[in-house]
Design a protein around this ligand. Structure first.
Ligand SMILES: NC(=O)c1ccc[n+]([C@@H]2O[C@H](COP(=O)([O-])OP(=O)(O)OC[C@H]3O[C@@H](n4cnc5c(N)ncnc54)[C@H](OP(=O)(O)O)[C@@H]3O)[C@@H](O)[C@H]2O)c1
Length: 284
């Protein structure tokens, strides 16, 4: 994926007093880190990130202009806010390994799928604030969708801080923890489903004679515009669909094919399957 251009800025960071560690700055962690810099939420000096491989740490440090190492304990020691971005099965071991750096005043924000706040609290071995977040990759462009839920020891202030951080990279909702796997199956996995839909629509455009670039642009902009209509008008999607569907026109013929092909049921099953898988991930 193309990296986000981060330009040096003289403007003070929006949250100048918060020191952040991103432990496991892989695809999602890297997207969040670059988006935080791009939105000027934190200055580069406020962020310490870690990865597993030393050579990657050196390369990413040069690329992002922030301190990247393989030393989770050192990064966590310097931070008030610790983001956990390793694979789900690695989370408990990672948290145990940073125990000496943890205090009750720090906040842990895990964006690993599947891993419960209680498991993280237990791994930390203390009554510490744990927030789960489930972002998605369009956070890279400030167009993410994220859900947050709180553990047992999270203050309003800590929740507000997490909300503020994720709002800078997209739309953020707060849900009960029991819904986090469903969020994973819907909006965290969702971009992959939508890319397939855009790719398929573009193929269709090619089939009916459009140049591929034109077809891809039209398909992507149609998805973007339709999503904007749902979000900004607040109308039910069915009502917006009806407005496109002239009696005996072309769209209803297209819809007939979609229904025969089972698009709705397929999408429902995709989210159900991904949600089910999200429930299993923490176990490895
Ligand atoms: N990708 C998504 O769309 C998405 C969306 C929402 C949530 N998530 C969650 O984000 C987490 C990471 O997923 P990802 O797709 O970003 O995977 P990823 O690209 O493989 O990132 C994992 C990162 O963790 C690092 N790592 C592994 N062991 C480590 C350790 N002991 N200490 C420090 N860093 C370590 C890896 O380092 P190296 O680079 O050196 O191997 C890698 O950079 C998962 O828990 C996933 O559920 C992902």
């Amino acid at each position: 994926m193309a990296e986000i251009a981060v330009e040096a800025t003289e403007t003070p960071a929006q949250l100048p007093h918060v020191k952040v560690a991103i432990l496991g700055a892989g695809k999602m962690g890297g997207i969040l880190l670059q988006a935080f810099l791009k939105q000027n939420l934190f200055a580069p000096a406020q962020i310490h990130a870690t990865v597993a491989h030393p050579e990657r740490a050196i390369a990413l440090s040069t690329q992002w202009g922030v301190d990247v190492s393989t030393d989770n304990l050192a990064a966590a020691s310097q931070a008030d806010l610790i983001l956990l971005g390793v694979k789900p099965f690695q989370v408990p071991e990672l948290v145990e390994s940073i125990r000496p750096a943890l205090t009750r005043h720090k906040t842990l924000v895990s964006f690993a799928a599947s891993v419960k706040t209680r498991a993280i609290e237990e791994a930390a071995g203390m009554d510490i604030a744990v927030i789960r977040a489930m972002p998605n990759t369009p956070s890279a462009l400030g167009a993410g969708a994220a859900a947050l839920c709180r553990g047992r020891f999270v203050s309003e202030e800590q929740m507000e801080l997490a909300h503020r951080i994720f709002e800078t990279v997209g739309r953020t909702v707060v849900v009960d923890e029991k819904h986090m796997d469903a969020v994973t199956g819907l909006s965290a996995s969702g971009p992959a489903y939508i890319y397939i839909i855009i790719e398929a629509l573009a193929e269709a455009g090619v089939k009916v004679g459009l140049p591929r670039d034109t077809a891809t642009q039209l398909a992507a902009q149609t998805v973007f515009g339709s999503a904007k209509m749902v979000l900004e008008t607040g109308y039910h999607p069915a009502l917006l669909k009806d407005a496109v569907t002239t009696p005996a026109g072309c769209t209803i013929d297209g819809i007939l094919e979609l229904e025969e092909g089972g698009l709705r049921v397929t999408l429902i099953k995709a989210v159900m399957r991904a949600t089910q898988r999200a429930r299993e991930l923490a176990a490895g």
